[in-house]
Write a protein that binds this ligand. Structure first.
Ligand code: ATP
Ligand code: MG
Length: 558
């Protein structure tokens, strides 16, 4: 273990271990509510909680905080399990559901009632809200506040038995209607909802509120450090109050600043809206900040973990540049992704002095960063595809690629000179006629003459047709939902966030690419065969990230 703690939570744990507060135990949890898919913000929490358990030889639980029957679905449970596992956080045999503790929670509520610390209130939600007071004025006591424990107990049991309709009664903690912390003004413990729960069915019509449930879940599981985001700081006195009243094990809540990323939103409600309104292709749309979206885009779990490591853990809120996330991925893919040639906007190039009907295989290095990746053979022939914008009829200064009369190198193959430009009736260039130097095989010549441009290419008769999808940020504003001009994120959706290119030409070796296969298209960036739409032989590739590293560039400036 390194000597210096990485963040303030590690400091707390070290101190706890020094004083023996938890007997040297470290037990964390990730407690998602199954009401949406996980996003990159959740990844930060997962990496933090799991990372701490690992670092201190402790335990990590995955626990579904499934206390709200109305918004929760089994589909979300399945996706969350998959995503946490994919990220590499191992909960071993500790996958839990808050709904499994409903009975125990209810028992403890009866204890609270018997101790005179909770009461059944007949007021409506509206009335309760109105009598809570304001930050400046105290609240007013409910007429039911003085009910005797025996009456409260009877009512609570009848609430549980289903005697009362939704909203007609609640169980409230009896704390302090004048507390400066509004959350302590007799907060709700249970409400009545005759609703079907995704796991307990219609067994319950009483559902626990977050503040009541969460601390008990942590307590039941023996959590030591209950780590949550900063907005729960004001809830901590309540978290502690409940546990103090009951004679139960008491974990410690610690808050950290949530992750915000530029150019995206992290609220499950807003992400759900994008999905429901059909503005994206599902939760796993490659533009979504969801874990499954990032995975489909071609992100690796290790790049996401690296990102979470680098952004660190603090108590001050901040927004991280999306470019840093991309930078982490690029650094990894640069080392791991095999290089291939792909032409996205094809223009025919015919080598007039190359024998018709002939072909050969040229050796191509798979990854210049990784000699162990070896080489592959790529077919070369008389007719090739090159990138349309690699040719200019009247080249501007500093354009070093192909132009009439100019010689360039075809990557891994030969030098070619452009002799003739063929156009159709509309004046559009349809073909370049070139000659090659047979002595330049492999990219150099005996006379050592230099060329300034190197183009990638694909042999036309061997080419594999593909669809390629290019992405930009989903939102054009860096702070959607926050910026003045973009109060509603839906108002600043980037109309150019998806470009679909058909008829792209790939080197034939990619015919076998399985969905999820990742590689670098030379000069175009890193790409990944789409998990939904790509099939061997009929590939659809997503651009994961371009090669231009705006993060690294910015870092150099400062
Ligand atoms: P909501 O409660 O609005 O449905 P949520 O994103 O808080 O949304 P949870 O399922 O409660 O969803 O989150 C599970 C855990 O992930 C919580 O501990 C929460 O604090 C943490 N978390 C959520 N968003 C972020 C974020 N952006 N950065 C870091 N941690 C986060
Ligand atoms: Mg939450």
């Amino acid at each position: 273990m390194s000597e210096t703690p990485n963040n303030f939570i590690e400091e707390i744990i070290r101190e706890d271990n020094r004083t023996g507060r938890w007997g040297g135990r470290v037990h964390t949890r990730f407690p998602p509510e199954p009401n949406g898919y996980l996003h990159i913000g959740h990844a930060k929490s997962i990496c933090l909680n799991h990372g701490l358990a690992q670092k201190f030889g402790g335990k990590f639980n995955l626990r579904f905080d499934d206390t709200n029957p109305e918004k929760e679905e089994h589909e979300y449970v399945t996706s969350i399990v998959e995503d946490v596992r994919w990220l590499g956080a191992d909960w071993e045999d500790r996958l839990f559901f808050a709904s499994d503790y409903f009975e125990r929670m209810y028992e403890l509520a009866e204890q609270l009632v018997n101790a005179g610390k909770a009461y059944v209130d007949d007021q409506t939600d509206e009335q309760i809200k109105e009598t809570r007071g304001t930050v400046k004025t105290p609240g007013t006591d409910s007429p039911c506040r003085g009910r005797a424990p025996a009456e409260n107990l009877d009512l609570l049991r009848r609430m549980r038995a289903g005697e009362f309709p939704d909203g007609s009664k609640v169980l409230r903690a009896k704390i302090d209607m004048a507390s400066p912390n509004m959350l302590l003004r007799d907060p709700l413990i249970y409400r009545i909802r005759h609703a079907e729960h995704h796991r307990t069915g219609d067994q319950w019509c009483l559902y626990p509120m977050y503040d009541w449930a969460h601390g008990l879940e942590d307590s039941i599981e023996g959590i030591t450090h209950s780590i949550c985001t900063l907005e729960f700081e004001v809830h901590r006195p309540l978290y502690d109050w409940f546990l103090e009243q009951l004679d139960v094990y008491r974990p410690q809540q610690i808050e950290f600043a949530r992750l915000n990323l530029t150019h995206t939103v992290m609220s499950k409600r807003k992400l759900l809206k994008l999905v429901q309104d059909g503005l994206v292709d599902g939760w796993d749309d490659p533009r979504m900040p969801t874990i499954c979206g990032l995975r489909r885009r071609g992100y690796t779990a290790s790049a996401i973990r690296d990102f979470c490591d680098r952004i660190g853990v603090a108590r001050a809120a901040s927004t991280v540049e999306y470019a840093l996330l991309e930078h982490c991925l690029r650094e990894e893919l640069n080392l791991s992704a095999p290089r291939v040639m792909a032409v996205l906007d094809p223009l025919k190039l015919v080598i007039t002095n190359y024998p018709e009907g002939e072909e050969e295989l040229v050796d191509c290095l798979n990854n210049p960063e990784d000699p162990s990746a070896g080489e592959r053979e790529v077919p070369f022939s008389r007719e090739l595809w090159i990138e349309r914008d690699d040719f200019q009829e009247t080249p501007p200064p500093k354009f070093f690629r192909l132009a009439p009369g100019r010689e360039v190198r075809l990557k891994h193959a030969y030098y070619v000179v452009c002799d003739e430009v063929v156009k159709d009736e509309a004046g559009r260039i349809v073909e370049l006629r070139c000659t090659y130097d047979p002595q330049s095989r492999g990219g150099g010549t005996p006379d050592g003459r230099k060329v300034k441009g190197t183009l990638h290419w694909v042999s036309a008769p061997h080419a594999l047709d593909a669809e390629v999808r290019l992405y930009e940020q989903l939102f054009s504003d860096p702070f959607p939902g926050v910026s003045e001009g973009c109060a509603d994120p839906l108002d600043c959706l980037n109309p150019q966030s998806l470009t679909i290119l058909k008829g792209c030409k790939l080197e034939p070796g990619l015919a076998a690419a399985e969905p999820g296969h990742s590689c670098q298209f030379l000069r175009h960036g890193y790409f990944c065969a789409d998990a939904r739409h790509s099939r061997p032989g009929a590939p659809v590739f997503n651009r994961t990230v371009s090669l231009k590293d705006s993060w690294a560039k910015e870092q150099k400036k400062v």
